[in-house]
Ligand binder design. Structure first.
Ligand code: PYR
Length: 308
């Protein structure tokens, strides 16, 4: 199992680190445009191998995609991250060109690759990869919902005074401050609906805090977050690499599912060796359907800014 991670910044490097620590991939190639940067990150990470007990070989490359040849999975984290006060949508001008070039370079050397898109605005960048690469739709996956759901579970665990491992919940919709749809109705603490423990008002606050989870951290850190994004990507990579058939909310091209088409947006999918093996259509309430519809309109508006 060979995995390429393009962009050796904080998100890419933490993604490589989590993949290595989970010890399921034989090789991770980090790629960056900055001279020696990916090589340096790879060397630093390899010096943790004996400490963290992994066998994954991590190498770095300064924009030489021949080193990525034969990758099974590639993660695109390249592009600029947002600064405090910026929306993810504002990054489109610079990141669209980068994502287009990176995906074309990846496919040139690994025609069978499955691509996971992390660069923002993520749903639109995932759509761009569909429009420009010709890869089958099961092989193009946008990472947003897994991260947003982890942030939802964190906020739920805070509100419930329970460990996050005791909590389950999912966020669908676009990966944006206004587009996320935390499914509070379906959230549980060890199979018990969370509404048994906290008020509707508290649950609404949890949902609002979840939606601005990335923006809150960007304000605190001066740039966007990396640990939870890296861990979320590593979970998707592992599900595909190990054919786990796990359900994650991911951005995928919809063709009538949830009454939506011609856009990529976060919905539950089954991830296995073939990438997105199934889109899971859950029975949403009318209010949830309306929120997803509104979110889709926002994503389509951003897609409209692409020069295709
Ligand atoms: C986030 O932290 O939400 C990103 O989009 C990277």
């Amino acid at each position: 199992m060979k995995v390429t991670v393009v962009g050796a910044g904080a998100v890419g490097a933490s993604c490589a680190e989590y993949i290595a620590i989970k010890n399921f991939a034989s090789e991770v190639v980090l790629v960056d445009i900055k001279e020696n940067f990916a090589e340096g990150k790879a060397m630093d990470l390899m010096q943790t191998a004996s400490l963290n007990g992994f066998d994954t070989k991590i190498t770095g490359s300064t924009n030489d995609y021949s080193k990525t040849a034969g990758s099974d999975i590639a993660v695109i984290t390249s592009g600029i991250p947002r600064k405090p006060g910026m929306t993810r949508e504002e990054l489109i001008g610079i990141n669209a060109g980068i994502v287009k070039e990176v995906s074309s370079n990846l496919i040139k050397h690994s025609p069978e690759v499955t691509i996971i898109v992390v660069s923002n605005p993520m749903d639109t960048m995932t759509y761009l990869v569909h429009k420009t690469t010709g890869l089958p739709k099961n092989k193009i996956i946008g990472m947003g919902g897994a991260l947003d759901s982890a942030r939802f579970k964190y906020r739920l665990s805070e509100a419930l005074g329970a460990p996050a491992s005791d909590v389950d919940g999912m966020v669908i919709g676009g990966h944006s401050d206004t587009g996320m749809v935390p499914l509070t109705r379906l959230a549980t603490r060890n199979s018990v609906p969370v509404s048994e423990f906290i008020s509707e008002e508290r649950l609404s606050q949890v949902a609002e805090d979840t939606k601005v989870g990335g923006a809150t951290l960007t304000k605190m850190l001066g740039t966007s977050a990396w640990y939870a994004p890296g861990a979320a990507v590593s979970g998707l990579v592992q599900a595909i690499a190990c054919d786990q058939k796990k359900i994650f909310p991911c951005s995928t091209l919809l063709d009538g599912e949830y009454g939506l088409s011609d856009l990529c947006i976060g919905v539950p999918v089954v991830l296995g060796k073939d990438g997105i093996e199934k889109i899971v259509e859950i029975d949403l309430s009318d209010a949830e359907k309306a929120k997803l519809q509104e979110s889709a309109e926002g994503v389509k508006k951003t897609n409209g800014l692409l020069e295709l």
